[in-house]
Design a protein around this ligand. Sequence first.
Ligand SMILES: [Mn+2]
Length: 194
Amino acid sequence: MTRAAEAKRVTKETEVTIRLRIEGDGIMKGGTGIAFFDHLLASMIKHSGFDLELNVRELVHVDDHHVVEDVALVLGCALRKALGDKKGIMRFGHAIIPMDDSLSMVAIDLSGRPYLVFNADFSRNDIGGMALENIRHFFRSLATSSCSTIHALVLHGVNDHHKAESLFKALGVALREAVSLSGKGNIPSLKGVL
Ligand SMILES: [Mn+2]
C-alpha cells in the first residue's frame, strides 16, 4: 500500500509545493530556506517514516513567519489528502520523547476536527532564523489544515534547541502511530466518518 499526495499553495507571499509519501523511508528532500525549521522538519520526517519533498519559494521576504505557516498548512493538506477516507488507520498516536534535558509529549487524533493545545516556554527569541513563537504557529496551522486534534507540550527542559527538537520528534512518532494500519478495514469512529 502506498499512500501519497501532493499539495500546493500559492499566495502573493509564498509558493509552497509538498509531496508526501506515508510509506516512506523518513527522507526529506528540499528545504524551506530557514535553517532551524529545516532541521526540525527533517527530524519530524525521519521519525515519522514518511518521505517529504518540499519546494518553497518566498516571493516577499518579511521574516520567517509566512514560510513556517504556509509549509504547515500545505503539509497538513497533503497529509489529509494522502489519508483519504482514513479507512483502517489507528487514528490516535502519541509519543513522549526526551532529548537530553528536555522532554516533550505529542498526542494526536486524526479526528477531522481541528484543535490545538500547546504548552511550551522558550527563553530565546529565535534559533537559526526561526522565531520560536512560530513553533506554536506551526502546530496550530498543521492542526487546522490536517483537521486534527494535536496536544503538544514541552514537559520540561533547559535548552531551547532540545525542547523544540524533542517536540518535532514527538510529532513524527505520534503521526507514525496514528497513520499506521490497524489490520481492521473499517473507519475507526462510531460516527462512521473521520
Ligand atoms: Mn500567521
